[in-house]
Write a protein that binds this ligand. Structure first.
Ligand code: PLP
Length: 375
């Protein structure tokens, strides 16, 4: 397999090794016609699988009606999606944008306006996006270094360290931002006691559910399994099954800080993306969430038996297998063997297949990984 040349693209990603041209369900097809089992789902995005009929039909129907009108006017898909998300949350208002980073920018601005405070507590190893605000909240110094100075007043504490969290709190902190499972920083699940301590602080509590949300962990929001309700939630990745969308949800209890002119986005609430997202929300029912939990357990058990695996972490179908070696060579070898998967941090193999993955697919993926890790 030779590197695909993309000389007209800025090299912000490693040179890609494959060009995908087609996808169906949990399978991707490259430009030579080869089929792959997709356990990356576009980095936890294509939750219902490629070309799922529900968002496909909804997006098609909306494409035939209205593509864009601007947020100066109401559109039915954005209104209906906001209502659906509010119902899932149990009372919230939505701001729509186009990505996870933008959703976190919105959360940051909302917290500043609501509290009048600019301090933020975030986690070491966290990832919240690449725009300058979201990057300032990202607890990975290597990603920030070339772009300093970034926003001041952000304190990072180690995940699940309640003492450090409480020590970092001060009068100037208005926002605590947490990923329920740190998706890019090694697949680290936060413990309920840590989240409860965060809830106890005198600041707005935001959960970045860009990666964990929309069913990925076996509940619509990951926080539903953790006993803590946040003030703010950010969503993106899986929300429209691959069309660009981001969302800030503000709990009704924390409502009222934003008014006209405080924030905006030309493309936010795009009717086609929102129509697809509404179909995604309608499709993620209790039965599918139960399947996510069950197939997640099967995958977890399979991974635990593999060579080099030190620990398996995560929730639902967001799983990380920590290896005693670097993960990237095995991700490359898996791709050569027909399995698409991810890393998370240097030595963690990350699996985030479509939520509709079946037992046979899980067994096939584990068999490929077993071969690759044994070689
Ligand atoms: N937050 C989390 C938890 C993420 O995993 C990501 C992307 O990986 C982001 C934010 C940034 O999302 P986007 O790439 O859509 O800006």
């Amino acid at each position: 397999m030779s590197a695909v040349q993309h000389s007209a693209l800025l090299p912000t990603y490693p040179a890609p090794r494959v060009t995908f041209v087609d996808g169906h369900g949990v399978r991707l097809v490259d430009d030579t016609g080869r089929t792959y089992l997709d356990f990356a789902a576009g980095i936890a995005v294509v939750g219902l699988g490629h070309r799922h009929p529900a968002p496909l039909a909804a997006a098609h129907a909306q494409l035939e009606r209205l593509w864009h009108a601007s947020n100066l006017y109401a559109t039915e898909p954005a209104r209906d999606l906001a209502a659906a998300l509010s119902e899932r949350f149990g009372g919230a208002q939505a701001f729509f944008c186009n990505s996870g980073a933008e959703a976190n920018e919105a959360a940051l601005k909302y917290a500043r306006k609501a509290t009048g405070k600019s301090g933020v507590i975030a986690l070491e190893q966290s990832f919240h996006g690449r725009t300058t605000g979201a990057l300032a909240l990202t607890g990975q110094p290597a990603k920030r270094a070339a772009f300093e100075p970034l926003l001041a007043g952000v304190r990072f504490v180690p995940p699940n360290d309640v003492r450090a969290l409480e020590a970092a709190m001060s009068d100037g902190v208005g926002l605590v931002l947490l990923e329920p499972v740190l998706g890019e920083g090694g697949v680290i699940p936060l413990e309920p006691a840590f989240l409860a301590a965060a809830r106890g602080l005198d600041a707005l509590l935001a959960f970045d559910e860009v990666q964990t949300g929309v069913g990925r962990t076996g509940s619509f929001f990951a926080f539903e399994q953790l006993g803590v309700r946040p003030d703010l939630v950010t969503l993106a990745k899986g929300l429209a099954n691959g069309l660009p969308i981001g969302c800030l949800l503000v709990a009704d209890d924390a409502a009222g800080a934003f008014g006209p002119g405080d924030h905006g986005s030309t493309f936010g609430g795009n009717p086609v993306a929102c129509a697809a997202a509404l179909a995604v929300c309608d499709t993620i029912d209790e039965e599918l969430l139960g399947t996510v939990r069950a197939t997640g357990e099967r995958l977890r058990a399979g991974l635990a038996e593999l060579p080099h695996v030190v620990e398996v972490r995560g929730r639902g179908l967001l799983l990380g297998a920590e290896l005693d070696v670097q993960a990237q060579p095995f991700v490359d070898a898996a791709l050569d063997a027909g399995l698409v998967c991810l890393t998370s941090g240097g030595n963690v193999l990350r699996l985030a297949p479509p939520l509709v993955v079946e037992n046979a697919d899980v067994d096939e993926a584990v068999a490929i990984l077993s071969e690759v890790l044994t070689a």
